[in-house]
Write a protein that binds this ligand. Structure first.
Ligand code: PRX
Length: 655
């Protein structure tokens, strides 16, 4: 890895914004000075300028009981009102909020006035279900406008949503519903993916079925959008069709004010243990930083821009840059239901051409898969409307960065490589497009108002030219407020390591180059990043050992040309199983098993059946050595293994 990094740090290409771009940019260089002079005053200003407060706050930050922060906490607002009604009241009701493209080719344009009305009706339906402030609602939907309407309706009544990515399995959905104690689930019969309907409702039915594990069932109603036209089972009294209940509900709904620290949503993400963490975000601070970053990083001009973030609403990127940021800023945005290559490999570029997308935000894994197909596909479309490009989810290699710039950005659109996490809620590190001279592969600088450092194991700054751990040194408005139901795990995971300094540990390795620019180097813990999605080794291992054939399993993230990292599993099969079953096809079967248990994104690229795993004398699996095998490298230092011969046996078995 380190030779690769040295090579990266030799990168000398610089791309300053054009004079024209710089002159008209939303964020001008003075913003750094303003934020640096008085950070809290700066955030107070942003909160007041970007949002409507039903009751103004008098205090910006309360950090008296770290690591539990309160931002703007004596203020009150309604998040949905900020995203909808106020734009209509300001005379922008006819502005298009959502330009939606369904995968099969159907499309819809929804104005701010229309979306506001729909959300009011859904809010009334939820109230009718007995959903009120603080209640949790799970959302398990495809990328259809109803997903956004559902999120906003939930927060409009002061409730908390937990969006579960539609690609997750019934088991994953169940554990998230249980953990949050959801009262209602909003889902669809199905949605379109890769040219066919992928059903969703059956997973909800399965998740809610009686499983005899003694866990109290909390869900009272399931609201079902008709999208896939697939047959679904129906539980009378529990299940309600959206297309029946929503139009029948009143379009009158007053948005009540809720305290700034009212919980807004829970979003589950992988950590170092098997159990996903429910990351909790609250209202005022989150929305402030969502709106601020969306305006300044993407240089948003709401009257003229067409924004498109390709993330699914099931991930944090979809929360902040599909739902909340764009709508809080009154932007017009594209929403697309399907996959990039359905029904043809130029689908995304066709959508950009059709809607004249000006700002495009996607992930390196997508860019690399387009690179593989070749530039002839995007070249068939008119992409001249694009004026800004963004990247998120994992480090972008300079080669992909250059391809993105040349082929999609016509060699002129600035690229913002944005580093952040589910936990940070919004972008933390990124160039400002009208200010920063960009460097291919580097996320570069903390945003104005954000303080980041790279430190060694003891918390000492490493200084320019050196690598270490990325930390956030001061609280920020959209920071997570905790892990749902587990304050101890929150402290332990993020704050314990640098408790003395009060730093937040991001879990990423990073280096500062000689200019002080940041280069992200990937996770330093047992978290993998596959196609920009976080997966924990422990979660996949526990799914593998839940299979009757498996005695032991170890999972590593091995580097992969397209997906960044890929899941590679090493599995020991039980003797008893082998004596009764034919092991042929077992690896394939285990791959599918993980897909069913967690979701297709977690399905291992490779499953190797081995006789032993490399362990230290204290019994800890040395995944580092397995990664060497998975990446086809010579195996590293094995001296701390209990049995040093193990690795040659494993290598031979894998070959
Ligand atoms: O390792 C970093 C990587 O993605 C992790 C956060 O994953 P998640 O919570 O799923 O959120 C992804 C979208 C915000 C980080 O710890 N990561 C995210 N953006 C970048 C990145 N790594 C390098 N460069 C980025 N721009």
């Amino acid at each position: 890895m380190s030779s690769q990094i040295d090579h990266l740090l030799d990168e000398t290409r610089r791309f300053p914004p054009s004079d024209e771009f710089a002159a008209s940019a939303v964020a001008q260089p003075e913003i750094y000075e303003r934020a640096g002079a008085d950070r809290e005053a700066f955030w107070g200003e942003q909160a007041r300028e970007l949002l409507h407060w039903h009751k103004p706050f008098t205090r910006v930050l309360d950090w008296s009981t770290p690591p539990f922060a309160k931002w703007f906490d004596d203020g009150e607002l309604n998040v949905a009102y900020n995203c909808l009604d106020r734009h209509v009241e300001a005379g922008d009701g006819d502005r298009v909020a959502i330009l939606w493209e369904g995968e099969p080719g159907d499309s819809r344009r929804i104005t701010y006035a229309e979306l506001t009305e729909e959300v009011k009706r859904v809010a009334n339906v939820l109230t009718g279900f007995g959903v009120g402030a603080g209640d949790r609602v799970a959302i398990y939907l495809p990328m259809i406008p109803e997903a956004i309407a559902a999120m906003l309706a939930v927060v409009r009544v002061g409730a908390v949503h937990s969006v579960v990515f539609g690609g997750f399995s019934a088991d994953s959905l169940r554990s998230r519903i249980d953990d949050a104690g959801a009262k209602v689930v909003i889902t669809a019969d199905g949605g379109y993916r890769k040219g066919r309907v992928s059903a969703l409702k059956p997973a909800v039915d399965q998740a809610l079925s009686d499983r005899g594990d003694g866990v109290q069932q909390t869900v009272e109603h399931v609201l079902v959008v008709k999208r896939g036209e697939n047959e679904v089972d129906w539980v009378e009294g529990r299940d309600v069709w959206w297309h029946e209940a929503v139009p029948a509900a009143s379009a009158g709904h007053e948005a009540k004010a809720f305290p700034a620290e009212n919980p807004l949503f829970i979003l589950y993400t992988s950590g170092t243990t098997g159990k996903p963490k429910g990351i909790l975000h609250t209202s005022g601070g989150y929305l402030t930083q969502a709106a601020y970053t969306h305006r300044n990083v993407f240089d948003l001009k709401p009257e003229t821009d067409v924004f498109w973030c390709t993330a699914d609403v099931g991930w944090i990127t979809g929360h902040t840059y599909v739902a909340y940021g764009p709508l809080a800023n009154g932007a017009t945005q594209v929403l697309y239901e399907g996959t990039p290559d359905a029904p043809h490999p130029g689908r995304w570029w066709e959508i950009i051409e059709k809607h004249g997308v000006t700002i495009f935000y996607t992930a390196p894994t997508a860019i690399r898969s387009f690179m593989k197909i070749g530039r002839s596909v995007p070249r068939k479309f008119d992409l001249s409307s694009i004026r800004l490009l963004g990247s998120v989810g994992e480090p972008i290699n300079p080669e992909a960065w250059m391809w993105y710039r040349e082929v999609i950005g016509a060699n002129k659109a600035p690229i913002v490589d944005t580093w952040w996490q589910t936990e940070t809620g919004a972008i933390m590190v990124s160039p400002l497009p009208g200010v920063t001279a960009t460097k291919p592969g580097s996320a570069q600088v903390p945003l104005p108002g954000i303080t980041i450092d790279v430190v060694d194991e003891t918390g000492e700054e490493v200084g320019n030219g050196n690598g270490g751990l990325l930390v956030i040194t001061e609280p920020w408005p959209s920071m997570l407020r905790g892990i749902w139901g587990d304050p101890e795990r929150y402290k332990e995971t993020y704050w314990e390591k640098f408790e003395k300094q009060g730093y937040y540990l991001a879990g990423d390795g990073a280096r500062l180059d000689e200019d002080g620019d940041l280069w992200l180097l990937g996770r330093v813990d047992d978290v993998m990043n596959v196609s920009g999605h976080r997966l924990s080794t422990a979660e996949i291992e526990s799914s593998l050992v839940a299979h009757e054939a498996t005695a032991e399993a170890a999972v590593v993230g091995a580097s992969d040309e397209t997906t960044g990292q890929a899941v590679v599993a090493f599995v020991i099969i039980k003797q008893s199983y082998l004596s009764e079953h034919d092991p042929a096809g077992l690896a394939t079967h285990l791959r599918q098993w993980v897909g069913e248990q967690i979701g297709a994104i977690a399905r291992p690229r490779d499953v190797y059946i081995v006789d032993e795993l490399p362990k230290t004398r204290s019994g800890k699996i040395m995944r580092r050595l397995l990664r060497d095998v998975a990446e086809g490298r010579e195996v590293g230092d094995t001296t701390t293994l209990a049995d040093t011969a193990v690795m040659s046996i494993i290598s031979a078995q894998v070959k």
